[in-house]
Write a protein that binds this ligand. Structure first.
Ligand SMILES: C[S@@+](CC[C@H](N)C(=O)[O-])C[C@H]1O[C@@H](n2cnc3c(N)ncnc32)[C@H](O)[C@@H]1O
Length: 191
């Protein structure tokens, strides 16, 4: 069976941001639904510096910003970031940045208490996913948490990872939780 290919360029994400991002990625959940059914972030606190990798227009920011000290959202789509900045212009502890789609060079080592990635790795080449995972390790503080929702499996997706590749990529972390369903891995780990 042919693998699914959801790898999407920066230009296409810019188009999504310019046309209908609310529909595409900012589905209007209740806070409880979003939190319990999709995001599943626990352990936030007001001392935390939080990174949302592939933040889009800030759907996660909306629910996280008041529970952390600083929220950073990065995305390679300039239009997503432009829109996010517009939506959160009055939020003092929220910062959005455009990155290069490959690494976290924007940030120094050991900066973040938590890095979250929601519905992003299924849209990129495997080499970028693997590089981001390395970079997440670098920018997390010791003891910091990496929470990733949806690493696509190689069997089903172009750009997906095998279980061996996931284990190899994650070996520098302590795995706290690893779930595998028909399509994705969801992982919570600690530096
Ligand atoms: C499905 S949206 C999810 C957005 C957000 N995480 C959420 O849950 O609402 C995927 C986002 O990942 C971004 N993205 C895709 N590939 C990326 C890459 N290589 N580097 C940074 N951002 C990327 C896209 O621009 C888009 O905003």
């Amino acid at each position: 069976m042919a693998k699914m290919n959801n790898i999407v360029s920066e230009e296409i994400w810019d188009q999504v941001a310019l046309t209908n991002p609310e529909f595409e990625i900012l589905a209007e959940y209740s806070k409880e639904q979003f939190w319990n059914e999709e995001v599943k972030i626990d352990g936030l606190n007001k001392d935390m510096i939080f990174l949302d990798l592939g933040c889009g227009i800030g759907r996660v920011a909306k629910w996280v910003k008041d529970s952390v000290k600083e929220y950073y959202g990065i995305d390679f789509s300039k239009e997503m970031i432009r829109k996010a900045e517009e939506i959160f212009k009055d939020s003092q502890n929220v910062k959005f940045l455009v990155n290069n789609g490959k690494d976290l060079k924007l940030f120094e080592d050991d900066k973040f208490d938590m890095v979250y990635v929601n519905l992003v790795f299924q849209h990129m080449e495997k080499a970028n996913t693997l590089n981001y995972i390395k970079e997440v390790h670098r920018v997390l503080k010791k003891g910091g948490i990496f929470l990733v929702n949806q690493i696509p499996i190689a069997e089903k997706y172009e750009g997906g990872l095998t279980e061996e590749e996931v284990d190899e990529a994650m070996k520098q972390f302590k795995i706290l939780n690893k779930e595998l369903n028909e399509f994705y891995f969801n992982i919570k780990c600690q530096k």
